[in-house]
Design a protein around this ligand. Structure first.
Ligand code: COA
Length: 158
C-alpha cells in the first residue's frame, strides 16, 4: 500500500469502458482512496455530457467502497494542487499509448514537480478496447456486451 492517501485517475471516459473499470479496480487495491476525475478533453468531441459520464462511472464503480468519482475543469495540475494529491494513475494498453502518456506525464511534472504518474496495465482482454471503438460499434448497431459496464451499454443503445 502506498503512503499517500489518495491517487487520482483522470480521463474523459466517453464512455467508461470495462478497461477503465479494470484500471480503477486495480488502483483501488493499491491505494486507500481513488479519485476518478472526469473532465472534457479539449481535443475530443464528446458524445456524453460531463454529468452523464460522472453518473455512469459512479454506477459502474458502486461496488468499490474506496472509489470516489468527481468532475473538474481546467488544468489537471491545478486540480491536484487544490486537493493536495500528487499521484496520478493512467492505463497503458499498448506501446502505441506510450508516447502520448509519456508526454502528458512529463508535462504534468513540468507544471508541478510533485506530480508522479503511475502506469497500470489492464487485463489483456481489454488491451484492444477504446471508447471511440465502442461508440462506433454502438452507432452501427453492433453489440457492446462485455466491452462496457451494463449501465453504459443501456445508455449507448438508447
Ligand atoms: N481501457 C480501455 N480504454 C482505455 C484505457 C483502458 N484501460 N485507458 C485508456 N483508454 C482509451 C480510452 O478508451 C480513450 O479512447 P478514445 O481515444 O477512443 O476516446 C483513450 O484511451 C484515452 O481516454 P481516457 O483515458 O478516457 O482519457 P483522455 O486521454 O481523454 O484524458 C486527460 C486525457 C483528460 C487526462 C487530459 O486531457 C487532461 O489532463 N486534461 C485536463 C487539461 C490539462 O491539464 N491538460 C494538460 C495535460 S498535460
Amino acid at each position: 500500500m502506498f503512503k499517500e492517501l489518495a491517487a487520482v485517475y483522470p480521463g474523459s471516459f466517453d464512455p467508461p469502458t470495462n478497461g477503465h473499470l479494470d484500471i480503477i479496480t486495480r488502483a483501488s487495491k493499491l491505494f486507500p482512496k481513488i479519485i476518478v476525475a472526469v473532465t472534457d478533453n479539449a481535443s475530443k468531441q464528446h458524445m456524453f455530457s460531463l454529468d452523464v459520464r460522472v453518473a455512469l462511472l459512479k454506477e459502474a464503480s458502486a461496488g468499490l467502497s474506496n472509489v470516489e468519482v468527481v468532475s473538474f475543469s481546467g488544468l489537471l495540475a491545478n486540480y491536484l494542487e487544490k486537493i493536495n494529491t500528487f499521484i496520478l494513475i493512467r492505463g497503458l494498453r499498448a506501446l502505441s499509448d506510450f508516447e502520448y502518456e509519456f508526454q502528458m506525464a512529463l508535462m504534468n511534472r513540468n507544471l508541478n514537480k510533485n506530480i508522479e504518474t503511475i502506469f497500470l496495465i489492464p487485463d489483456q482482454d481489454y488491451t484492444f478496447l477504446s471508447s471511440s471503438m465502442v461508440k462506433e460499434i454502438a452507432a452501427l448497431g453492433g453489440k457492446t456486451t462485455g466491452l462496457v459496464p451494463e449501465c453504459v451499454e443501456k445508455k449507448l443503445h438508447k
